[in-house]
Design a protein around this ligand. Structure first.
Ligand SMILES: [Zn+2]
Length: 856
């Protein structure tokens, strides 16, 4: 490493971050300071931020995310670990494609420019990223391996093709993503009412792993509880039963129902079926047929919470437990694809059924209660809790747990039902009818069916020369030259698959690529994955708590089963950082947000258009609310170190953070005071002053230093960066009080350690000050200090001296001092001698460890 000549450093009196930050960033980069060593005998640490989508500009949410990861990575490096802290780009996707369509350019160009710009913005933050590991998912040498892994899944039978519904724009004649359909079910582009259309699409069988994904959640103890709960709910395992209801006067059709509440079987007062259920085919009445058509249209319209409407078909089903007749309704809330398209209605014990029954005056029959004497239903809501059975013939009085087991046994014996486990989790639809994505490596032959592309023929490249036409969204099936190909098996004219993959596929394995990013003949090497994975600390937004993390876990498990590595879970610890919010000014009446530059008096904000008083709300920064704060502006004004300190100090990392200019200034002032302390020391302005209590002052300072080492370490290890910075501030306060009384040798040790403790948070100023103290090596290559627990124990205390009940002096007394010595020391104090003034001492009272009172 090339050493810096300290004589070139001049110590400016004022802290000017602009003069030092750029300089160190260049030097770190030149020295390759953050290169992953990948050494054999060093303990590893893998620190990872969720990689950014190259939208064009870095925002405060990014800054918070990456600074948190950076503190952890820097700390682990100082602890002596071999740290992998990479960065890449989640670069395929719809926003790039839309932006490119608007500008009439290829999305690749737009994406490349954005990456360059955002990378330069990231560098200004002074992150300890190993940029040699960088990649973008839209690079051929990355998506080649996304395709390779798709083929691995294909090999193990986890890929299949199925007809399924898509959003279809009948004017533009194109498929729309869900995000392109507005809340009224209209196309964002043409305004047409979006239709549902059946298309052949590719799926991944994530449901094969439902149990494993669920069971292994309990091992993820380094994840936030709420994220584990969200995943659990998303998988949605329910243990229930299928029940066969016969139709009255019809032997051909059965109604199969899935329920998790077989214990409420005596409370069924109707059966609800989807308008597409086959039972609707036997309805002959024209009026009812019209109603069915109407309901079919309603459920097609959009995926939003459907209205709960329905009608009685006049048909009857037989309840198998007591042979009672129950009416069959068609209802809009019954889904075709969940279970069987038919559900049993138990209004007394299911809130949705309750609301439907109230609306249509259907019977409500109570069968579970806490009080078995209370037989009638008179509640305002469904009773969904556990209890005892009533109104259930011979089973009255048993608990509903018991009833579940009993009824399943009866159903099995009598042949009308069985136990069934069901999941909410659906297979992962990865087909996108879009251009800017990873092409699915499949050739469709009309004779041989879908044929996977040979791995040696990868990548299936995205054609660059496509016509950017705003009316045709899927460019790939417009390109005959690209699409037409001979079938590799029979040689017949075939077509390449024109769907691309969901971008979540690209991001579901990127963390496996970093340890081996330089390889071009394989996606990764088994030994390297076994060494570097799981990621020790993953940091990102809670908006990815479900899909991204679930897909990443699924892919890890599936590839492990293909023997590509031995890792079962990708992320050991997860931190989901809160949002960055700032003040937005909203007119309550119009609902509009007003930009700050239109508000005259910030203390009394008024809408200039209608003079109404504006509400001040702290909300997530966004363009539409005019409350975004550009990281570049803040960094230009105060420096990256101040921005980092503010973001880390203002709130615990998982909580939302409210932007406050005065707090940013507060952090700048703190760093300026630190600067001044070093300036005075180095320029001899804080030379040792004579003090009779020098030993005590030195002990006190050493104690403060050891406490700081202990607490800052503990807090960083527990992701409590805000309290870690508080500890540093306390340490600084003690230094500034006691500094002038201690030996210069101790001064230097204290200042060096302070630099190292500050380094993870404020990497630039700590590096500059460390060099100014005379070091030629980087502060970031030092060893994290260890604390001496003996130095922390307080062996002296402050004795308060009162004369006639009034406080006159305080002295430091060692804990083991006897009463006689305490008296002697007190009476030797010049202040005490002055106050006693030769009067006669009548009494001396000592409260040990606290006070001495002299009565004269
Ligand atoms: Zn063929």
């Amino acid at each position: 490493m090339d050493k810096l000549n300290n004589s070139n450093l001049t110590f400016k009196k004022l802290y000017e971050p602009n003069l030092i930050e750029k300089k160190w960033q260049t030097k770190w980069s030149k020295d390759n300071l953050y290169k992953t060593k990948d050494s054999e005998n060093q303990e590893k640490f893998y620190a990872l931020s969720m990689f950014p989508y190259p939208s064009g500009n870095l925002h405060m949410g990014h800054v918070r995310n990456y600074v948190i990861t950076d503190v952890i990575a820097r700390y682990q490096k100082l602890k002596g670990k071999d740290v992998l802290h990479p960065m890449g780009w989640d670069a395929f996707g719809l926003p790039a494609e839309n932006a490119a369509i608007e500008r009439g350019i290829n999305p690749a160009l737009w994406t490349k420019d954005n990456i360059l710009h955002m990378k330069s913005q990231l560098k200004v933050l002074g992150l300890s990223v190993d940029w040699e590991k960088e990649f973008a998912t839209c690079n051929e040498d990355y998506y080649k391996w996304t395709q390779f892994l798709f083929l691995e899944l294909f090999k193990s039978g986890l890929v299949y093709k199925k007809k399924s519904e898509v959003n279809w724009d009948p004017i533009d004649k194109t498929v729309l993503a869900n995000e392109q359909v507005d809340s009224e079910g209209k196309s964002w582009r043409s305004g047409a009412i979006v239709e549902k259309k059946l298309l052949n699409q590719w799926y991944l069988k994530i449901t094969n792993y439902a149990d494993e994904l669920l069971d292994d959640l309990k091992n993820l103890t380094g994840w936030p509880e709420r994220v584990r709960t969200m995943q659990e709910n998303w998988i949605g395992k329910s243990i229930g039963a299928t029940i066969k209801f016969n139709l009255k006067n019809n032997d051909e059709i059965n109604l199969n129902v899935f329920t998790t509440r077989i214990d409420t079987l005596f409370g069924v007062t109707y059966i609800a079926v989807s308008p597409n259920h086959q039972v609707t085919n036997i309805i002959k009445n024209q009026k009812l047929k019209d109603k069915i058509c109407y309901l079919r249209k309603i459920i097609k319209k959009n995926d939003k919470e459907k209205e709960k409407i329905g009608f009685n078909t006049g048909l009857k089903a037989i309840n198998p437990i007591n042979n009672k007749e129950i009416p069959i309704w068609v209802a809009s809330y019954v889904l075709d694809d969940y279970g069987t398209g038919a559900v049993m209605g138990v209004p007394a014990h299911d809130q949705r059924d309750f609301e439907f029954a109230q609306n249509y005056k259907i019977d409500i029959r109570k069968v579970i209660t806490k009080d078995i004497k209370d037989l009638n239903f008179h509640d305002r809501n469904a009773f969904e809790e556990n209890g005892f059975l009533i109104n259930s013939d011979n089973y009255d009085g048993i608990s509903n747990y018991e009833a579940k087991k009993k009824f399943i046994d009866i159903a099995k014996n009598e042949g009308w039902g069985e136990e069934k486990i069901q999941y909410k989790l659906r297979d992962w639809l990865i087909s996108r009818q879009r251009y800017w994505g990873c092409p699915i490596p499949i050739i469709n032959c009309s004779k041989c069916g879908p044929i996977p592309v040979e791995p040696r023929n990868l990548p299936v490249k995205l054609p660059r020369e496509v016509k950017i036409d705003s009316n045709k969204i899927n460019f790939l099936n417009q390109s005959n030259e690209w699409q037409n190909i001979k079938c590799p098996i029979c040689g017949a004219s075939s077509k390449r698959e024109s769907d691309t993959m969901d971008t979540f596929m690209c991001s579901s394995w990127y963390f496996l690529r970093y340890p081996c990013a330089e390889l071009n003949d394989r996606p990764f090497v088994k030994e390297k994955i076994n060494k570097w994975l799981p990621v020790d600390q993953y940091v990102g937004g809670v908006e990815h708590a479900i899909l991204h993390l679930l897909y990443a876990r699924f892919l890890t498990k599936a590839l492990k089963d293909n023997n590509l590595f031995d890792i079962n879970e990708p992320f050991k610890k997860l931190l989901t950082q809160g949002m960055v919010q700032s003040a937005a000014y909203k007119n309550k009446n119009t609902g509009k947000y007003i930009p700050l530059n239109k508000i005259k008096d910030i203390n009394n904000p008024i809408d200039p258009d209608d003079n109404s008083k504006l509400e001040i709300l702290f909300e997530k920064m966004s363009k539409s609310k005019y409350n975004g704060i550009d990281p570049e502006t803040v960094i230009n004004k105060y420096g990256a170190d101040t921005a980092r300190m503010f973001i880390l100090f203002k709130a615990p990392p998982e909580k939302d953070l409210e932007w406050g200019d005065s707090d940013v200034e507060g952090q700048f002032r703190f760093l300026s005071r630190v600067w001044k302390l070093y300036y005075e020391y180095i320029n001899g302005l804080s030379s040792e002053k004579k003090n009779i209590q020098k030993d005590d002052k030195e002990k006190n300072l050493l104690r403060a230093m050891n406490i700081a080492i202990k607490e800052v370490s503990h807090d960083i290890e527990n992701n409590q960066f805000n309290t870690a910075i508080s500890e540093l501030m306390k340490f600084y306060n003690t230094i500034s009080q006691d500094f002038k009384y201690v030996s210069s040798n101790l001064k230097k040790i204290v200042l060096q350690n302070f630099c190292i403790l500050l380094a993870p948070f404020s990497p630039h100023i700590s590096e500059e000050l460390f060099h100014l103290l005379g070091s030629e090596d980087s502060v970031h290559l030092q060893n994290w200090p260890k604390y001496d627990s003996k130095a922390i124990i307080l062996n002296s205390y402050e004795l308060v001296i009162q004369i006639n009940g009034k406080v006159r002096d305080k002295i430091n007394i060692s804990k083991d001092t006897s009463e006689d010595i305490i008296k002697q020391k007190t009476l030797e104090s010049p202040t005490v001698i002055k106050w006693i003034d030769n009067k006669k001492i009548r009494k001396i009272i000592i409260v040990k460890g606290k006070i001495i009172n002299i009565v004269v």
